[in-house]
Design a protein around this ligand. Structure first.
Ligand code: EPZ
Length: 431
């Protein structure tokens, strides 16, 4: 493989920013929006709330001036956890919101207690019954009140929910021990472009001075740092020269540092362009996932695939989600040598992986199996592509453009020897 690949807009920014448009009584234009299953579902959710929404390529026009309801339908929320991001904007804008509890997913229980506790601190009456979160602001203004909120854990979602809710609150809100992820900063910049007054996003303390209303905007989303890092690993695991653009290198610091540590060379050809240079054998290393700026949990599986082919041992500790090592069994089916004890995986490097039929359990696990398949001898067949399409825009098209030999046929992809094959009889179960 070799060549240049275009990095799409960030999924984890797009989802929360689209929900954030609910804060605005005027129309918003959002650019660099990736075409993903999850983004389409968020669009459906907004339409069900009475929002007018249209997409032209990677540009989304949203008009939330006329909300018909503040109740998010279970059918959509049950398919998209990120739907819960609507609770903050709806409560702030309308004074009430009814959003189904998102429930857990394959990587963990994923409670929303920090979101709820923060909204209660801002004066909301929040009742959870029959799987529904009912939030309501009493009083004539129906406006939330500014508050000082300390998060027990720097949760990305809770920081984003409370930041959005506080934009229209009366008075000042301070979120302490806040998440510092680039997507949190992107959301803050989006809200500020609509007239919000948010300071300190990207640090552990965010201050929001509430304003009575917001105005229209035209905003472009940041590039996807997880997609970019996934392609860096694709280059390393196949020893290929790949250039990626646009990227924001700072957002990739932990991934780049680990790649360099194991012997990979990465060059910045331009402020928004990185190139990975083929090198000799890779060494093992230890990785511990942490909130940003620590090593991202969303890159753990992909690095595990890479380290399974590196010399020596690597210890990978997943600290963010309690059930995010399910790809280990599938990598071991391909000849990797990985042992798991609780949230720790000990990876003993092997010289070669061999192609095999495997099943993806979640979004990043599916990316890891694609990467392992690219490096494996023989054909790899991956089931569970619906996970992949939730978070990667046209991954196989981009890989094909780099020279990977793979094909998707009727939801299935079959490939010749040595290269990736994706065959998924269950693909038809896509919603
Ligand atoms: C966001 O999820 C991302 N999703 C995830 O990306 C990412 O893995 C995660 O942040 C961490 O970086 C989106 O932005 C849509 P958290 P989120 O709240 O907001 C616990 C991907 O692959 N917690 O920071 O749900 C929680 O259970 C996805 O693109 C509580 O206990 O993550 C978890 O263990 C996967 N109570 C930890 O905090 C709460 O109220 C981190 O969760 C909230 C969270």
């Amino acid at each position: 493989m070799a060549g240049q690949v275009k990095i799409s807009g960030a999924k984890n920014s797009a989802l929360v920013i689209i929900a954030g448009a609910l804060l605005c009584p005027q129309d918003c234009r959002i650019r660099n929006v990736p075409s993903l299953v999850d983004v389409a579902r968020m669009g459906q959710l907004l339409s069900s709330l009475g929002v007018k929404i249209s997409q032209h390529g990677d540009v989304l026009d949203i008009d939330a001036s006329d909300l018909s309801t503040s109740q998010a339908p279970y059918e959509i929320v049950s398919q998209l956890r990120a739907s819960f991001f609507t609770i903050g904007p709806l409560l702030a804008r309308q004074g009430y919101a009814q959003v189904p509890l998102p429930g857990g997913c394959t990587i963990g229980a994923r409670p929303v207690d920090l979101h709820v506790r923060g909204l209660q601190a801002m004066g909301a009456d929040v009742q959870i019954e029959h799987g529904m979160v009912n939030a309501y602001v009493a009083g004539s203004s129906r406006r939330l009140k500014g508050a000082k909120i300390y998060l027990d854990y720097p949760s990305v979602g809770a920081t984003e929910t409370l930041m959005m809710a506080a934009t229209l609150a009366e008075g000042e809100t301070v979120i302490e021990n806040a998440a510092q992820e680039p997507e949190v900063v992107d959301l803050a910049n989006f809200c500020n472009s609509m007239g919000a007054r948010i300071r300190g996003a990207g640090t552990t303390a965010i201050t929001i001075s509430g304003v009575p209303r917001l105005h229209s905007t035209d905003y472009a989303i940041i590039p996807d740092r997880v997609e970019a890092a996934t392609f860096l690993v694709a280059g390393a695991i196949t020893n290929s020269e790949i250039s990626l653009a646009p990227v924001i290198p700072d957002h990739l610091t932990p991934a780049i540092a680990k790649l360099q540590e194991i012997g990979v060379q990465i060059v910045a050809d331009a402020p928004d362009c990185l190139r990975i240079v083929p090198g000799e054998g890779l060494r093992g290393t230890d990785i511990k996932t942490l909130p940003y700026p620590g090593f991202p949990t969303d890159m753990q599986a992909q690095f595990m695939a890479l380290l399974s082919l590196s010399e020596g041992d690597s210890v990978i500790t997943e600290t963010v989600f309690e059930n995010r090592l399910r790809h280990v069994a599938e990598l071991n089916r391909m000849g990797a040598d990985i042992r798991v004890e609780g949230n720790i995986a000990v990876v003993r490097g092997v010289p070669l992986l061999s192609g095999a039929p495997v099943v993806a359990s979640d979004l990043r696990a599916s990316a890891a199996l694609v990467l392992a398949g690219l490096a494996a001898k023989g054909k790899t067949t991956i089931q569970g592509l619906h996970h992949l399409d939730r978070g990667y825009e046209k991954l196989e098209v981009k890989l094909l453009s780099l020279g990977a030999r793979l094909q998707r046929v009727t939801g299935a992809i079959v490939s010749p020897e040595r290269q990736l094959g994706v065959n998924n009889p269950t693909v038809n179960s896509y919603q």
